[in-house]
Structure formats: structure tokens, C-alpha cells
Design a protein around this ligand. Structure first.
Ligand SMILES: Cc1cc2nc3c(=O)[nH]c(=O)nc-3n(C[C@H](O)[C@H](O)[C@H](O)COP(=O)(O)O)c2cc1C
Length: 188
């Protein structure tokens, strides 16, 4: 499906999507740091910046641990990722008070990260399909952090290398119209 906006927006929003086909080439640490730099400038409640990323570069010693935290369906295509990440967030503020917006803030950081990767021509794909305990152990996540998702980053690769079932889905998806989720004056 080719994406068409109902209202004029910058093309970067339409061009970002979540491919699965990757080449297997490692992502350079400096490139990953550029995505993390974009995440750094995300807004957050009270500028609390509760997002925390742990990363493993393909070919490095940490990658297999991160990879094994994924569910089978995600392992099927993440073997060719160039980096895997765990995105967590601090559930308490610096003063010790609970942070009700930690996950929301981490989501904003994720989107900045993803858009920067898309602008650089990289595959950036969030994943909820992982084993929570394994992810915590793989990335040594401390108890005060909540694990939100894992992320695959990679260089684009041929869709032919994907398992048959995923090959057919390797295309940008559509969206509901704005009228389905935004309501003047309150919810119907
Ligand atoms: C929090 C989150 C979790 C996701 N989990 C998975 C996953 O486990 N496996 C997968 O293949 N895609 C996963 N996705 C990708 C979504 O399916 C995808 O973003 C959605 O279908 C919209 O498509 P697009 O990102 O290409 O625009 C996830 C996306 C998000 C934001």
C-alpha cells in the first residue's frame, strides 16, 4: 500500500515504517549513537528524561543474549539485525516520587529514535514480542526500570531472504482516518 496523507504533512512521517528485511550488516556504533541522540531531545514530563536504552551490536558479545530474549516469530527476521536494543524507563523520578508518564515519555523517545533512523535509511522496528525476564537478564535491567519494548535496527536487505509468511507482509501499512481518533469538543 502506498501511503497518502489526508492533510499536508512532512513526508518523513509517511516514509517511516517497520520493515523486517535486513542485510545482516552490523550497524556502526556512531550511527546508533545518532539515533540515540535524536531520542535524547524528546520531550518528557518535567524534563525527567526517564528513557533508558541498552544496546547490543551485531557481531559483538552481547548480541546473542539480546537475540535470545525475542520470541520465535521475531527471531525469524532479527537474526539479520545490525543491532538490538531494550528500551526501558525509570518508574520513579529523581526525588523518589512515582513517574506516571515514564512509558509515555519513553514512547516519545522511541519515535524520535525511529524517525532519525528512517531519515538515515536504516530499518528501525519496535517489538513487544520478547520474554520480559530474559530481556531483563540480557540487558541487566535494574528493578527501578520498566521494560517497554525491544528494538531492531539494521541495514535494509532483500525481502526474498524473509520467511514466506513475512515476505507478503513486507510493505508499509495504512492507517485509520483522522476522524476515527480525533473528536472536536469531546468523545462521541
Ligand atoms: C510497541 C510496539 C511493539 C511492536 N511489536 C512488534 C513485534 O513484536 N513484532 C513485529 O514484527 N512488529 C512489531 N511492531 C511493529 C508494528 O506491527 C508496526 O509498527 C505497525 O504494524 C505499524 O506499521 P509501521 O510501523 O510499518 O507503520 C511493534 C510496534 C510497536 C510500536
Amino acid at each position: 500500500m502506498s501511503r497518502v496523507a489526508e492533510h499536508p504533512i512532512d513526508p518523513l512521517f509517511l516514509h517511516r515504517w517497520s520493515p523486517r528485511a535486513m542485510s545482516g550488516a552490523p550497524v556502526a556504533r556512531d550511527d546508533l549513537l545518532r539515533l540515540l541522540e535524536a531520542a535524547r531531545w524528546a520531550p518528557s514530563s518535567g524534563n525527567g528524561q526517564p528513557w533508558r536504552f541498552a544496546y547490543a551490536l551485531a557481531g559483538g558479545p552481547d548480541f546473542p543474549r539480546f537475540f535470545e530474549a525475542l520470541v520465535e516469530g521475531n527471531r525469524a527476521w532479527c537474526a539479520r539485525a545490525g543491532a538490538l536494543l531494550v528500551l526501558a524507563s525509570r518508574t520513579v523520578r529523581a526525588g523518589g516520587k512515582p513517574s506516571p508518564t515514564h512509558a509515555f515519555d519513553a514512547g516519545a523517545a522511541w519515535m524520535s529514535f525511529a524517525l532519525q533512523g528512517s531519515l538515515m535509511g536504516l530499518v528501525v522496528h519496535a517489538m513487544a514480542g520478547f520474554d520480559g525476564e530474559r530481556a531483563r537478564a540480557a540487558a541487566s535491567v535494574p528493578p527501578e526500570l520498566h521494560v517497554n519494548c525491544m528494538i531492531a535496527v539494521g541495514h535494509p536487505g532483500p525481502a526474498e531472504a524473509l520467511p514466506e509468511s513475512l515476505r507478503a507482509r513486507e510493505a508499509p501499512s495504512g492507517r485509520d482516518p483522522v476522524s476515527a481518533f480525533a473528536f472536536e469538543g469531546g468523545f462521541p
